[in-house]
Ligand binder design. Sequence first.
Ligand SMILES: O=c1[nH]cnc2c1ncn2[C@@H]1O[C@H](CO)[C@@H](O)[C@H]1O
Ligand SMILES: [Zn+2]
Length: 385
Amino acid sequence: MTSQTISNNPTPDQIRRAPKVLLHDHLDGGLRPGTIVELARATGYTRLPETDPGKLGVWFREAADSGSLERYLETFSHTVGVMQTREALVRVARECAEDLAEDGVVYAEVRYAPEQHLEGGLTLEEVVEAVNEGFREGERLARANGHRIRVGALLTAMRHAARALEIAELANRYRDLGVVGFDIAGAEAGFPPTRHLDAFEYLKRENNHFTIHAGEAFGLPSIWQALQWCGADRLGHGVRIIDDIQVQADGSVKLGRLASYVRDKRIPLELCPSSNLQTGAAESYAEHPIGLLRRLHFRATVNTDNRLMSGTSMSREFEHLVDAFGYSLDDMQWFSVNAMKSAFIPFDERLAMINDVIKPGYAELKSEWLFQQTVSTSGSVDQEG
Ligand SMILES: O=c1[nH]cnc2c1ncn2[C@@H]1O[C@H](CO)[C@@H](O)[C@H]1O
Ligand SMILES: [Zn+2]
């Protein structure tokens, strides 16, 4: 084994131990199948398609694999269906933080739509407080297990509904109290972000942060609106920015005005490779635009979107990218630093995460090969002369 192969191809174990940063993960898209089954039983939810956890996990992955965002989103009725009580929300949030920490995520922004959790009689405030409580518990339990993680919440408004301003106000009220920003999600075609301009203008006046799902199921006009009309800080997905990038026959690359703007202004792209394969935005990992976007130095980040529906984790996303593009620990560090720079927490905290957690973590992993080689070559002096 040469030092090259050891240091250039992180093993699955190294990928898991590497400090990772997650900006785009849906709370209601990351439940453990076993938890769904138990919560359904406890809350009297009777519409689950399967009651065996193993089969239920497979059902979610297959049902989400339709090639259509609309069909993909239908699967959320079951996870949202069992997340209608305080106890359920606390548990789901706690397990989310624990699962991410176990997977080596050191900082995560996890989003959900409070308006979807009111069927059991909770108020919007009670929903937010239950989720915050769960995240704090999860952080504590993770720490007891030797993992450090910080989780912030993003409050999502559903783009087909009309509560965006109310949810934006909620996000502002809970700012510095566990909520770090705002988002809009749901079916993209037919629901342009400009429908919710009042919410975005309000957040701007409050100096608050928001991201917008854009450029996933719909192309450049959606990205353009999210940035130039709504003023989004980041793009949820944004993968279709690729439509404004031309690769010429000689390999040179030409960026259109919008793609140039996104790159010049360092607009973070919350890319979610596995999710995109399921909703039809990309054909394979190797063909996923993340390869080109990383080469062109866009502010690209790697995300899970929905761990349950995609049967994925941050480590699995990176494993796929390592396979497809031969990424090294340096590439992983680049994505992780990009994500941390793009987080919605204050600058000094982002910097400390980068300098005191992320870089030392990668330095440690990158130095492992040195010690492995010392062991593997000891005693071979005689044979090699
Ligand atoms: O990839 C996505 N694109 C758009 N909307 C999504 C995606 N994943 C989840 N949601 C929507 O966001 C809500 C709050 O978390 C989910 O209930 C789902 O409807
Ligand atoms: Zn999403």
